[in-house]
Each structure stands twice: as structure tokens, then as C-alpha cells.
Design a protein around this ligand. Structure first.
Ligand SMILES: Cc1cc2nc3c(=O)[nH]c(=O)nc-3n(C[C@H](O)[C@H](O)[C@H](O)COP(=O)(O)OP(=O)(O)OC[C@H]3O[C@@H](n4cnc5c(N)ncnc54)[C@H](O)[C@@H]3O)c2cc1C
Length: 392
């Protein structure tokens, strides 16, 4: 594949960053990822290398020890990791989860946590929003935090809390005012910083969920956990808005990862189609093989433009809810088309572990479901962009 043509969401912008990230990724070849995938073990060495390289602190302002880069640079880093065949999912939340503290935390919280997160001494990788019963309907979550003296007592449970076992801190969304007593539909939820190091075994139990991908995702059970009042982020009752504020960044960055995945699939499919000979010639000479790859490439390039546009708007401080949602939708669909095309191009060998196609195929599928599913993005576009009636 002409990787240069699809080289980066900004047409190859941030070439230095991309080159350095590729050099790091070269230390973690397919065999490394296959071994962790097979054992469902956490790629700690890779996460450590990214941390030591300062890559996960890119969005933290320099005043707090980070490199103060923008979302476009962060997107370039994550895209490049995926395009190399690695998986940023083990680490990406360390980049952006801190955004809630940065935007809404007190000065004391910023001083206490951000330099530690920037230095990699504290991992802030877990984000407890989803619950088994409420699912997509976040406002229906049931985990309760009740004020008690100088703290809150929390009870409830979370599901799909990724990396909880490998994170020192967790941002937790809990209800502080019962739904029927809250001032408005979106009021009454609050965000807390939970120190999992102290809480594990003392009010918090974490259980891994076996899944089709190696994603370190867990159930978290919370039983009479005491959280000091200084760990409340921002104002009590405003947590839903704080969480929404962070979602644009997450959607754009996941979109960039999808573009990276798509580049990997198109590159592998192209190489294989050019080299594999059946009926006396390369399978890539058949239009039935080459057209799907060309189409996947075209869709990927188009989606990449939307990711780039959304990231630029975010960095420019513009309202970018529509673009962030479109970026995530289009990029996750483009990467999935590329994944399916790559599987088909490889024939039976797509199913063999050694080519990494089946692993990346499984991993790429996630982003049509999480962190937000395709339907909910379409519902957002229908309601908030097109002005159609709310459907739920
Ligand atoms: C591997 C993995 C990692 C995750 N990591 C995290 C994490 O770190 N933190 C966290 O908080 N969550 C995490 N999630 C949760 C993820 O965000 C949710 O799975 C997702 O939001 C959907 O919730 P649900 O699974 O309960 O599906 P449900 O809400 O039960 O929905 C099921 C299906 O119905 C559709 N649907 C529901 N309501 C409507 C409607 N009104 N209109 C149209 N379609 C609808 C959905 O789009 C979906 O396709 C993770 C999930 C996975 C699988």
C-alpha cells in the first residue's frame, strides 16, 4: 500500500511524532501482542514504554508536568500506534481521563494529581460510568453516594470498567440526589476520584470479565466505600455535564485509533493481494479482490478528514459535538469495512493467529459499540443536528 497517501489524519502532519511513535512500536511486534492476547494479560511493558516516553502526558499542560500538546497531536500518536499493529486500548485512557480533573477539578486536585499522572507515577485509567442495568441510559445509573460528615458513602456496582485492575485511580459517576428529587433531568449525578489502591479489599472488589478481546475490562463492586469530600470533582450534582464535556475528546481520539486500524488492514490486505498467487497470478489482479480494498481505502481517507476536522475544532476551542460524533461514527465504520475486507483478502489465512488479522479484526469491532454505540451517535445526529424528535 502507498502508506504515505493515508499517512496520518493531517496528511502526514506531526511527522516527527509519528516517526518516534513508530520507533517505539517496533519494539512490540505481533508476537508480543499475540502472547498477551492468548493469555489475556496486560501489556504492561508497552504501557510503561509509552509512559516513559512521555506520550501519555501529551494533553496535560506544561504547568503540571505534561507536554501541553493538542488533541491533533494526541490523535497522531494513537493513530500511529494502531497503524503499526499495536493496541493503544491498554493505555489511551491515561491520556484523556484526566481531562475531567483538568477542566472541572479544584486547584488542589489539579496540583495533587496532574503532575503525578504526567510523570506516570499515578495511573488514572479507569472510568466507571456504565452499569449492568442502566447500560446506555447513563442517567438511570443506580450507584449512590450519600453525604456523611466529611465524606460520602458509596454503594453500587459498575460494569465494563476497563483497566480497573491496572489503575491507581478511578473516576466514578454516582448519584448524589435521587432522580425524582433532582433539580433537572441531567442533575443529581456527581464525579468522584476513587483511590483504588486503598479501596481494593476495603469497599471495592474488582472482577475481570472474560471477553473476545484482550481489553482488561472489569466489574467493580462498591460496598460502603468512604470517599473523602475533597475527592468530589467540581460541584455536587453536575457530574453528568462534566462527563459529557470529556466525551468529545474521547470520541475524536477513538476515531483516530480507528483510522490507524484501517491503515493497518488496508496495508496488510494490499501486501497479501499483491503476493498471493492463485490460478497462476496474484489474487490482487482480480477486481473482485482489489476493488473492496480500494473502496475501504477511500472510505478511510474520507473518515480521516472528519477526524482531523473535529480535532482541529476541539483544539481551536470551537463547539464540536457534531464533528466529534461524525468522526467516531465514520472512522469506526471505515475501520470495520477495512477489517472485513482484510479478512476476506487473506482467505483461510485470515483466521490463522500468526498474521494478526483475526486479532486486529476482533479488536476493531469494539469501536462500533464502545465507548458509545453507533445507534446512539445516529440518535444524536437525528436529534441535535437534524432537529428530529428525541427517540428515547
Ligand atoms: C470492551 C468494553 C470496554 C468498555 N469500557 C468501558 C469503560 O471503561 N467505562 C464505562 O463506563 N463503560 C465501558 N464500556 C461500556 C460501553 O460504553 C457500553 O457497553 C455501551 O455504552 C453500551 O451499553 P450496554 O452494553 O449496556 O448496551 P445497551 O444499553 O443494553 O444497548 C444494547 C444495544 O441497544 C442499542 N440501544 C439501546 N438504546 C437504544 C435507543 N434508544 N435507540 C437505539 N438503539 C438503542 C445500543 O446502541 C446497543 O446496540 C465498555 C464496553 C466494552 C464492551
Amino acid at each position: 500500500m502507498n502508506d504515505g497517501a493515508a499517512d496520518g489524519i493531517a496528511g502526514g502532519a506531526f511527522a516527527d511524532i509519528r516517526e518516534q511513535v513508530r520507533a517505539l512500536c517496533a519494539r512490540f511486534p505481533g508476537a508480543y501482542w499475540r502472547a498477551h492476547d492468548r493469555g489475556r494479560t496486560y501489556p504492561a511493558e508497552f504501557v510503561r514504554a509509552l509512559t516513559e516516553g512521555g506520550w501519555l502526558a501529551c494533553l496535560i499542560p506544561e504547568a503540571y508536568g505534561g507536554s501541553g500538546l493538542g488533541l491533533r497531536e494526541a490523535a497522531a500518536i494513537l493513530e500511529e500506534i494502531q497503524a503499526f499493529g499495536c493496541n493503544a486500548a491498554a493505555a489511551h485512557a491515561q491520556m484523556y481521563t484526566m481531562g475531567t480533573i483538568l477542566r472541572h477539578g479544584s486547584d488542589a486536585q489539579k496540583q495533587r494529581y496532574l503532575p503525578e499522572v504526567a510523570a506516570g507515577r499515578l495511573s488514572l485509567q479507569a472510568f466507571g460510568v456504565t452499569e449492568a442495568e442502566s447500560g446506555t441510559d447513563t442517567l438511570a445509573l443506580r450507584t449512590r453516594a450519600v453525604r456523611d460528615g466529611d465524606g460520602y458513602v458509596v454503594n453500587g456496582s459498575k460494569v465494563w470498567t476497563s483497566r480497573a485492575e491496572h489503575s491507581d485511580l478511578m473516576l466514578l459517576l454516582a448519584r448524589t440526589t435521587p432522580r425524582d428529587a433532582a433539580a433537572g433531568r441531567t442533575e443529581g449525578l456527581s464525579v468522584f476520584i476513587v483511590d483504588l489502591r486503598a479501596a481494593r479489599g476495603h469497599g471495592v472488589e474488582i472482577r475481570p470479565i472474560p471477553t473476545m478481546i484482550n481489553h482488561a475490562t472489569c466489574e467493580v463492586f462498591i460496598d460502603n466505600l468512604r470517599v473523602p469530600v475533597e475527592n468530589l470533582v467540581g460541584e455536587e450534582g453536575k457530574g453528568f455535564r462534566y462527563i459529557l464535556d470529556g466525551m468529545n475528546a474521547e470520541r475524536i481520539l477513538i476515531g483516530a485509533e480507528c483510522i490507524g486500524d484501517g491503515r493497518w488492514f488496508v496495508a496488510r490486505a494490499t501486501e497479501y493481494a499483491a503476493g498471493r498467487k492463485v490460478f497462476g497470478h496474484a489474487i490482487g489482479r482480480n477486481q473482485g479482490v482489489q476493488f473492496p480494498i480500494a473502496r475501504a481505502y477511500a472510505r478511510l481517507r474520507a473518515a480521516a478528514l472528519m477526524v482531523e476536522r473535529a480535532a482541529a475544532m476541539f483544539d481551536g476551542g470551537e463547539t464540536c459535538g457534531e464533528e466529534a460524533n461524525l468522526a467516531k461514527l465514520l472512522a469506526s465504520e471505515a475501520s470495520w469495512e477495512a477489517a472485513d475486507t482484510c479478512m476476506q483478502t487473506f482467505g483461510g489465512y485470515g483466521f490463522a493467529e500468526e498474521y494478526d488479522v483475526e486479532r486486529k479484526f476482533r479488536e476493531a469491532r469494539l469501536y462500533r459499540t464502545a465507548p458509545i454505540s453507533t445507534n446512539m451517535i445516529l440518535a444524536y445526529i437525528a436529534e441535535h443536528v437534524l432537529g428530529l424528535p428525541r427517540s428515547y
